[in-house]
Design a protein around this ligand. Structure first.
Ligand code: DC
Length: 218
């Protein structure tokens, strides 16, 4: 499935666990191509809305995934609340997941000549997308810590912050990610769990680097 000369690192975990920051920093240090797979679901959801489609329609959502053009979205578009909600709808749909699976695997197998491999973050990278990844990290943090991080992130972006709403959204999203029948959020059997509840971003990075260097070719 993946070129054996490539190092593939799979990072999974719930929202606001710190996996995105960790994956981005690891990619830079280890010269790996980074793919934020949540952004594919976010872009698919937004594409359905832009086309005037129905988020519950598997046909509309699969068409959006097949014709996805990431260059038409800004980082702000993709991080918006609207995108997050739209993503959590389309992420349920098996045909959307099937289309995006092909793209994710092709990035892992062919990250580009300037990279030593690829690092993908999401919910099902270690279990479904890259089951042969050299290193699999499942990043966790307590719900309280994740809520605090999300509140800080929203405040930093100058967005209105209502703690009860963030708590409800995070709890509902966790439940949807864990309970869905297709590709639910769960650690792969051979994943290493990294609990970042009592760590800052630098400490999480150091722990992950030790792990990857201990088990991988870098
Ligand atoms: O990590 P995120 O918040 O950007 O993810 C957005 C949504 O996409 C979230 O509802 C989970 C879903 N997702 C998924 O089902 N599988 C992935 N590999 C990545 C994200």
């Amino acid at each position: 499935m993946t070129d054996s000369a490539n190092l593939v690192v799979a990072i999974d975990g719930p929202a606001a666990s710190g996996k995105g920051t960790l994956a981005r920093r690891l990619a830079e240090i280890l010269s790996l191509r980074y793919l934020d797979t949540g952004s594919l679901y976010r872009a698919t959801g937004l594409s359905v809305l832009r086309a005037g489609g129905d988020l519950e329609s598997e046909q509309d959502a699969a068409k959006a995934a097949e014709t996805l053009d990431l260059s038409t979205f800004t980082a702000e578009d993709l991080r918006s609340e609207e995108a997050g909600v739209a993503a959590s709808h389309v992420a349920f749909l098996p045909s959307v997941r099937a289309v995006l699976l092909g793209f994710q695997r092709s990035v892992a197998a062919n990250p580009g000549g300037e990279f030593k491999g690829a690092i993908l973050d999401g919910r099902d990278i270690g279990t479904v997308v890259c089951p042969d990844a050299a290193t699999k990290i499942f990043v966790t943090a307590t719900l309280e810590v994740r809520i605090k991080r999300r509140l800080q992130e929203l405040k930093g972006r100058g967005e209105p912050v209502i703690e009860a709403r963030v708590r409800d959204d995070m709890t509902a999203r966790d439940q949807r990610d864990r309970d869905r029948s297709v590709s639910p959020l769960k650690p792969a059997e051979d994943a290493w769990e990294l609990d970042t509840s009592d760590m800052n971003a630098d400490e999480a990075l150091a722990a992950a680097l030790d792990r990857i260097r201990g088990t991988g070719p870098l």
